[in-house]
Every structure is written in structure tokens, then in C-alpha cells.
Write a protein that binds this ligand. Structure first.
Ligand SMILES: NC(=O)N[C@H]1NC(=O)NC1=O
Length: 174
């Protein structure tokens, strides 16, 4: 059941982090930090607080967020150790159903990307299908590091937007 923003605002930090701690993949510290900004007037205000926290990090912190993301169709998917959110997102975009050619292309390009940039390729899987993801991965391997750091963070925010929407009603209050 989705909560309204008043319910979110009333949560003690333990529950706030339990429920919303993975809106940025494996980065509950972000959720825990923005709890201080309650009460949020709307879901959009909560999302903005998360976004501002991320933007205020040094570049190393932004890269750290990217490094907390599992590869698409990578070893965590193979071993069944993805977070629930990531598993659903990857399944929805066909990452669990690649043919052998697509799987080896994905593995090779993910590796190339990581070697070039030192962080993984991140894209909002819910907004793409597998052909699209492979095309983007291949194209983005050609970018500069700073461009990719910023692109990856944009994608983190899109993923966060959709995860928040699945947990919190969008109505305003107060
Ligand atoms: N690497 C990467 O993009 N991972 C992710 N993307 C997404 O939508 N969910 C993820 O876990």
C-alpha cells in the first residue's frame, strides 16, 4: 500500500530508512540524511531534497553512488543477489532474457565501460528495452568521464523518481 506524504513525515527515522532506504540503490545514507528535512510538503519536495543532497556531494561521492549499482545483466542477476527493486527493473527491461549473443555483448561492453570510467554503466532500466540499453551502453562508452559521471547521476535520479512513486502517493498536503 502506498503511503501519503503525511504518513511519510510522521515516520521515525528507523522506519523511514527501512521503507525508503533503497530509493537510491544501496545508498540508505541518502535517505537517512534527508529525514532531517521533514516535513516535506509533497513527494516532489522529498525527491528534491534527495536530488539536492546528491548534487552537493563531491565528484568522488557521486562516483561512489554509481559504484553501488549492480551491473545490468551482471553477476548479481545471475546469482539472484540483486535488491528486489533492481531485480524487478532488470526483469522488466528484459535483462534476464538475453540471448547468448546479447548476453556476451552486454558483458563485454559493461566491462569496457567500467575499465574506461572506474564506475558502472547506469541507466533507468524501466525506461528502456534491451535493444535500447545495448545501443546506449555502446554509445556512452565513447563519452568523456565527466560527461558519463553526470549522465549516470541523471539516470540514478530517474530510477529514484520511479521507486519513490511506487512507495508514496503523489498528492500534495499541508
Ligand atoms: N547498472 C544499472 O543501471 N542498474 C540499474 N538500473 C536500474 O534501473 N536498476 C538498476 O539496478
Amino acid at each position: 500500500m502506498k503511503m501519503d506524504i503525511a504518513t511519510v513525515n510522521a515516520l521515525p527515522y528507523e522506519d523511514f530508512v527501512d521503507i525508503l532506504g533503497n530509493v537510491v540503490e544501496k545508498c540508505p545514507i541518502i535517505t537517512a540524511a534527508v529525514w532531517s528535512g521533514r516535513p516535506f510538503l509533497s513527494l516532489a519536495a522529498l525527491e528534491a531534497a534527495i536530488s539536492e543532497f546528491i548534487d552537493a556531494l563531491p565528484e568522488s561521492g557521486k562516483e561512489g553512488i554509481l559504484r553501488c549499482h549492480p551491473d545490468l545483466a551482471g553477476r548479481d542477476l545471475q546469482s539472484g543477489s540483486l535488491t528486489r527493486e533492481s531485480r524487478e527493473e532488470q526483469a522488466g527491461s528484459g535483462m534476464g532474457a538475453l540471448n547468448s549473443g546479447e548476453a556476451s555483448r552486454m558483458a563485454r561492453l559493461n566491462q569496457e565501460y567500467k575499465e574506461r570510467f572506474g564506475f558502472p554503466f547506469v541507466i533507468c532500466a524501466r525506461m528502456h528495452d534491451k535493444e535500447n540499453i545495448l545501443r546506449e551502453l555502446s554509445a556512452r562508452c565513447q563519452n568523456e568521464r565527466a560527461v558519463e559521471r553526470a549522465r549516470g547521476i541523471e539516470e540514478v535520479k530517474k530510477i529514484c523518481h520511479l521507486r519513490l512513486q511506487s512507495l508514496v502517493l503523489t498528492d500534495n498536503m499541508l
